[in-house]
Design a protein around this ligand. Sequence first.
Ligand SMILES: NC(=O)c1ccc[n+]([C@@H]2O[C@H](COP(=O)([O-])OP(=O)(O)OC[C@H]3O[C@@H](n4cnc5c(N)ncnc54)[C@H](O)[C@@H]3O)[C@@H](O)[C@H]2O)c1
Length: 341
Amino acid sequence: MKKPVLITGAAGFIGFHLCKNLLNNGYKVIGLDNLNRYYDIKLKEKRLELLNIAEDKKKANWVFKKVDLTDQENILEIFKTYNPDVVINLAAQAGVRYSLDNPKEYINSNIVGFSNLLECCRFFKVKNLIYASSSSVYGGNTKFPFSENDSASHPVSLYAATKRSNELLAHSYSHLYGIPCTGVRFFTVYGPWGRPDMAPMIFTEAIINRKPLKIFNYGKSSRSFTFIDDVIEILVKLISKPSFADKSFDTSKPNQSSSWCPHRILNIGNENSIGILEFLQKIEKELGLEAIKEFESIQKGDVIKTSSDNTIINELIGIQKKTPLEKGVKIFIDWYKNYYK
Ligand SMILES: NC(=O)c1ccc[n+]([C@@H]2O[C@H](COP(=O)([O-])OP(=O)(O)OC[C@H]3O[C@@H](n4cnc5c(N)ncnc54)[C@H](O)[C@@H]3O)[C@@H](O)[C@H]2O)c1
């Protein structure tokens, strides 16, 4: 019988979509989340409700645990009970701007919580740990597109620093205990059931409610907007492709993305970087309404541009088709209208 996949952050945006996909494909899934109130808790509860309903039809493949990653005792209990082969860590205090005023939340969930998870992966000999990192680790880099082989040593937010720390912590566990680890650097993920603190939701909400919309960096920023289904497709593929030692790794000229131990880092993002105003236009067009724009300077902690180099992931799993922006925005807006009535 297949051992379950443990997914942390299961009530979150990416976690919910991943759990749904895996349950539909016959996996046993243990979902874990502390259901924090960083954003509207109803959205998280509704996502869980859908996972419960979906599972009602099949029974027994889905277990949800409301646990905080910092609660070492209960995390250990989950590993003892279910002994997962695959662990996917999506739980984190996300968001760049919130980290300016709430650093402790990031240290607790992203550093202390992740360390607890690593300890369990070590003791229970997990065969594949996939953990969420972020394109924000590229910080002040201006060489585009961002490659995993570029330096990621100059973060411009505490959030980015905690994500980069995760990569370094995971590398040390991979070296010391042979745990196959894959750090995935997500680039601005959007789609149905998305996060209310991110641009697509903020833009849509402001436009529909005829509220002024602050556009930072005078609209000159751009992002590799990546549709949620494309992200999930890659994560599912990585479940059956645990990391492995890079036989050609040269310690005298170490590349940044792989290692002599089974640790690797992969970008998961769209190759096309889209200007923030172009993205806004797509939303305006879909809604048939214009935003009331207020241009402002760049916010502390923000990066100007992100752009994903997909050479390494393409070599690993083949070139992945990407959902065109118009289509992705339409699916997102249709969901938004339906959900928020
Ligand atoms: N969405 C993106 O564009 C994006 C981009 C880069 C990186 N990421 C990373 O991907 C992961 C998933 O992102 P998301 O967009 O789904 O975020 P999300 O906030 O919707 O999901 C994270 C979930 O983790 C839970 N959580 C937070 N701290 C926890 C803790 N200490 N213990 C247990 N649960 C906890 C939250 O309640 C939430 O449901 C995060 O690690 C995030 O940093 C996301």
